[in-house]
Write a protein that binds this ligand. Structure first.
Ligand code: GLN
Length: 209
C-alpha cells in the first residue's frame, strides 16, 4: 500500500512543467476542485474514463454521492483500474472521495478502494440540513482551518501510519498516509487553498527525481 512509484510523467517534471492532476468528474463538485488545483500551480484534468488516468501525476476524488460514483465505477473495469492507480500514485479524496478511499465503510457497508487505512462511517452527522461550517486547529501551517461539512462521513478509526492534520469533535477530518490524503469536508468550497496546496506539494515531490 502506498508504495512510492515514479509518476507517469517519467519521474520528473521538465522545467516550467506543471504537475497534471486528474479530478474524477463522474458526479459531484469536481469543477471547484479543478479551479483550486489551477490556483495552486497544477494543471487540472477531468477524468471520466479509465484510460484518462494515464499520464496523470495525481488524482482528486471529489465529494458527491459515493453510491452513485460506485455505480459508475462498476462499468468498464473502472473500479479496478482506479484501485491500481490510487495505490501507486498520490491521491486526495474529499468527503465521498474519502469514503471511496477507505479500508472499510460503515452505515451501511459498501465497496471501497481500500488504499487509506481508515474506517469511515457515512452520513455520521445527520441529514443534508445538518451540514455545517467549522473552524478548527490544523497541523498545516498558517493557523486555524475552515472546514465545510456536507452530509459528512466520520473517520472512526485510523491505522498507525495515518497522520491526522485536523479534527472535528475529536475525530480525524483531514488525514495523510504517505502520498494519500483524505478530508471528510470540502476544502474546494473555502477560499483558503492550504489543503489543495499541501496535496499539490505531495504530487510535486512524488514527480521530482
Ligand atoms: N453522504 C455522501 C456519501 O455518503 C457524501 C457527502 C459528500 O460528499 N458531501 O457518499
Amino acid at each position: 500500500m502506498n508504495s512510492k512509484k515514479e509518476s507517469d510523467s517519467g519521474g520528473k517534471l521538465k522545467q516550467g512543467e506543471l504537475p497534471r492532476i486528474g479530478v474524477l468528474a463522474i458526479q459531484g463538485d469536481y469543477a471547484a476542485h479543478a479551479e483550486a488545483l489551477a490556483a495552486c500551480g497544477a494543471e487540472p484534468v477531468e477524468v471520466r474514463n479509465p484510460e484518462e488516468l494515464e499520464g496523470l501525476d495525481g488524482l482528486i476524488l471529489p465529494g458527491g454521492e459515493s453510491t452513485t460514483m460506485l455505480k459508475f465505477l462498476g462499468m468498464r473495469h473502472f473500479f479496478d483500474v482506479l484501485k491500481t492507480y490510487c495505490s501507486t500514485h498520490p491521491v486526495f479524496g474529499t468527503c465521498a472521495g474519502a469514503i471511496l478511499l477507505a479500508r472499510e465503510v460503515r452505515n451501511p457497508a459498501q465497496r471501497s478502494l481500500g488504499v487509506l487505512d481508515a474506517v469511515v462511517e457515512r452520513n455520521a452527522y445527520g441529514r443534508q440540513i445538518d451540514s455545517t461550517i467549522l473552524t478548527a486547529k490544523t497541523e498545516l501551517d498558517g493557523g486555524p482551518l475552515e472546514m465545510v461539512f456536507i452530509r459528512a462521513p466520520r473517520i472512526v478509526a485510523v491505522g498507525a501510519g495515518v497522520e491526522v492534520l485536523a479534527r472535528r469533535e475529536g475525530s480525524p477530518a483531514l488525514v495523510r498516509q504517505g502520498h494519500t490524503m483524505a478530508a471528510t469536508f470540502h476544502p474546494e468550497l473555502s477560499s483558503d487553498r492550504r489543503v489543495h496546496r499541501a496535496f499539490v506539494q505531495i504530487v510535486a515531490s512524488a514527480v521530482q527525481p
